[in-house]
Write a protein that binds this ligand. Sequence first.
Ligand code: GLC
Length: 730
Amino acid sequence: MLAAAVCAAVASAAVPVYLDDTRSLDERVDDALSRMTLEEKVAMLHAQSKFSSAGVPRLGIPEIWATDGPHGIRAEVLWDEWDQAGWTNDSCTAFPALTALAASWNPEMAHLYGVSIGEEARYRGKDILLGPGVNIYRTPLNGRNFEYMGEDPYLASVMVVPYVQGVQQNGVAACVKHYALNNHEINRHTTNVAVDDRTLYEIYLPAFKAAVQKGGAWSIMSSYNLFENTHVCHNRRLLDTILRDEWGFDGVVVSDWGGVHDTDEVIAAGMDMEFGSWTDGLSNGASNAYDNYYQARPYLERLRDGRASVDDLDRKVRRVLRLVFRTAMNRERPFGRFVSPEHSAAARTIGAEGIVLLRNEEGLLPLAEDKKVLVVGENAIKSMIVGGGSSSLKSKYEISPLEGLRARFGADNVSYARGYVGDTDGEYNGVTSGQNLADPRTAAELQAEAVDMAAKADYVVFIGGLNKAAGQDCEDSDRETLGLPYGQDELIEALAKANPRLVVVNISGNAVAMPWVKSVPAIVQAWHLGSESGNALADVLSGDVNPSGKLPFTFPARLADVGAHALGTYPGIKRADGDILDCSYDEGIFVGYRWADAKKTKPLFPFGHGLSYTTFAYGKATVEPGKDGNVAVVTVPVTNTGTRHGAEVVQLYISEKKPAVTRPVKELKGFSKVSIAPGETVNVSFPIDREALSYFDAEAHEWKATPGRFTAHIGASAGDLRAKADFDLK
Ligand code: GLC
């Protein structure tokens, strides 16, 4: 009797027994909300330190911790500084940059990536991972393109979803950034972007929409720039109308650090957690800096004097509490894992799958065994993990290209010449690469040494490109030209004369000019590959891995072949009064290959381009009527006509014969990475639905597919279409 009475008493207790609380997430949120004071609610809506926001100790609600970045878990920083806390157990696995992930065109790699980096965030006790970034590649000069997934909204939309899911299965929120229209870095706090609705919906929003609707992202980071003359961090059209009303986003919007500039605007907009650096997010700190945030004490004052509504406050707090129950108070989440052999294997596999073989005349690659290889270039030895802005990392290790090649081909077979001196710095925010790259020799001496050694080698492998210094692949700065820095072009030409068996490995997160392209038989785009760089590169150069990467963005022959530059709208026009610049995306939907097709310009290397050590033949395309709501199904047989196993990314582009509106010549609407044995043929089928045929009708504010004839182009890149088939939308 007594036991029954006790159970009955407990069951009816006012305070729920959280341990076996079976109520829904939102019931738990409402319960917690009902117990919170005004001060506790406001405290949750802004930072309390560089990377954390307050919990409610009285109720046992923990604080929320965020961490950079998209490629690995940033070293611990001091409470209120960017500088390091000096921990000795926070050296992470540095995963490849997201351009490399996108270049794999393999959603399974995106999931492997998300799970791995999510485990590291979880282990380090972080609730929000500030990544991935999916801003569209509008100009090759953008300093942060290396953190993003290229120029095409469909590719980015497909690749971002598994990454988000992989991160979040660890009970860590992905924070997809930088929403939206942050497509270059200079003047990023003061650029007001103007773009027509059709372009906004067809090009710049899709990857974020997919992350929310298909990926189920728990958080989004609002960007620094302005849109329609309002800072995005309190832009109601982007944060409420589109993100929440149209897409149904139920998560939290986190501001970029210091991206909030006005209390009344931020209260009224769907911006939930104001992060930043000191008082107003940007300027130097004062005591109690975080209480001075726009959504901190000023908000509390407006609540107390009735100028702000508690309903609006509760809407924000509910979203933050939902994030808390999904992460910090999620009882089911795993413990995570840090710097494990599995993560190294993942970094290496993803890196090798992302490497793009751009050119391979006379089958110079893969390198034969037991030959004398001369490696030339600073990027063969320079750390690419330290620097570049907030994605900079303190990594457990970093295998350089030179180390990777020596490990694979034998140290005594691989010699090295510096070739040029570019950036000898190796420090960012107190993290140092530990390298001393100083070299007193002149450019002429360095080149003479490399050329002399080149003549005596069986192969010369030049490893150069960009680095993470300001003005290269680096946040808060853009490049000024398309060309390679530090006199690399002249050096490459000299090496090509000294030894025609030259391989150029370009390490960059951006397209670069290659005036020497015809005099270099083999060219490899190797991205920033993180801790396993040298091993991933050696895997491909040796042929242990057959390259299967494809470019996620166009390599233009010249800057003038890019809409943003042809029309001169980059980086924007400074207003006469104040510091705002207006940047109008006048090229509209014609970004990347869409522009090249419209202008009939021939890129250096087209979007989707990438070679293999084998060859693939495409047969005739056939069309069948669609079923299960599809309009048609297009099938193409692809045969491996070479002598070794390989994977091919078969791409589907759609064009409309007689469109009612101006449309791109063709648009990527499907792709499939198929692994094919020598001599084997695989039938690759693409179900085509109405969505794949649609354009965004800005007037009607809806997606439309007009009945008529369409063509499905199947190809190995945007510039290498192999088969096509027409079909009708009734
Ligand atoms: C930076 C970046 C953002 C990063 C944040 C925290 O300014 O724009 O991507 O996550 O601040 O470091």
